[in-house]
Design a protein around this ligand. Structure first.
Ligand code: NAD
Length: 296
């Protein structure tokens, strides 16, 4: 298929490379020339504008930082809605606010395009390995058309409902994750104060009702889960800044929808504190170090 790809950063670069590996033709644009060169080296076409990237495309994929960039790249003058060929399927995989996702999808529909929001989880490792999880919002027909393309970049692809529901699934999941990482951190910090060995707490709690992914796959206390970032000085992984971004999106959505999310609000405040200590680029599980106290 002919694919136009806009946003070739840490995630978009390897995602576009996997599309090429699967035999698709990819023309890509990024503001950063180095990102365009990397795509050209991988066998794609490095385009010098959004218009050039989407010319003749059957599918357009975007992987941009946040809502303002997505609104600009789609709706701005010379943007995707102006320049994509009639009938092209539009897929935004950036993590953005639900409201922006729905308003861009509405604008796309008014111009006759089918548009999906398809944010991902799985991080840079999943993008490179082609094992991302896609959470997709939009029409059934659009989802069916997107499936073979998304399968070249991901392993688990779930249709979450109408436009915006992919973003909704992403921020609900990450709010649960942010809160549960703090809960596990408090438990392990308390255990230390009580003279309870972390490994012992892990052996018991990972088989008890406190069990959760933040503990069993990503334990923030060093030791019990060897592959976790806590064993390599909290090198990311998934950065604290990214978690903060998603928690803020969750709060924005909760306020707009009138949902009660007091622990989500507290989690956003705590990750903001962590970022303020200069640890924003560390893995988000470094929240344990802040809760435990000090740089031990
Ligand atoms: P990134 O900053 O590495 O990449 C974004 C790219 O978009 C950059 O290369 C930038 O130059 C480009 N860009 C910005 N504005 C542009 C414009 N107007 N036109 C063309 N290109 C433009 O970010 P990333 O890590 O690749 O993340 C992309 C999205 O994926 C974000 O929404 C992020 O929240 C989400 N995400 C990231 C991860 C992760 O682990 N990195 C995991 C899941 C989801």
């Amino acid at each position: 298929m002919k694919i136009g790809f806009v946003g070739l950063g840490n995630m978009g670069g390897p995602m576009a490379a996997n599309l090429l590996k699967a035999g698709h033709q990819v023309a890509g644009f990024d503001l950063a020339p180095a990102a365009r060169d990397a795509l050209a080296k991988a066998g794609g076409g490095g385009a010098t504008s959004v218009a050039a990237a989407v010319a003749g495309a059957e599918v357009v994929i975007t992987m941009l930082p946040a809502g303002p960039q997505v609104r600009q790249v789609y709706g701005g003058e010379g943007g995707i809605l102006d320049r994509a060929p009639k009938g092209a399927l539009l897929i935004d995989s950036s993590t953005i606010d639900v409201e922006s996702a729905r308003s861009v999808a509405r604008a796309a529909a008014e111009r006759g395009f089918d548009m999906l929001d398809a944010p991902v989880s799985g991080g840079v490792g999943g993008a490179a390995a082609g094992t991302l999880t896609f959470m997709v919002g939009g029409s059934e027909a659009g989802f069916a058309r997107a499936l073979p393309v998304l399968q070249a970049m991901g392993k688990t692809i779930v249709h979450a409902g109408l436009a915006g529901n992919g973003q909704a699934a992403k921020i609900c999941n990450n709010m649960i994750l942010g809160i549960s990482m703090i809960a596990v951190s408090e438990g392990f910090a308390l255990a230390e104060k009580l003279g309870l060995d972390w490994q012992k707490l892990f052996d018991i709690s990972s088989k008890s009702s406190g069990q959760c992914w933040a503990m069993t796959s990503y334990c923030p206390a060093p030791g019990p889960v060897p592959a976790a970032p806590s064993n390599r000085d909290y090198q990311a992984g998934f950065t604290a800044d990214m978690m903060l971004k998603d928690l803020k999106l969750a709060q924005q959505a909760a306020q707009a929808a009138g949902a009660t999310t007091p622990l989500g609000a507290e989690a956003a405040a705590l990750f903001q504190m962590l970022a303020n200590t200069g640890a924003g680029a560390k893995d988000f599980s470094a929240i344990f170090r802040m809760i435990r106290g000090g740089e031990r």
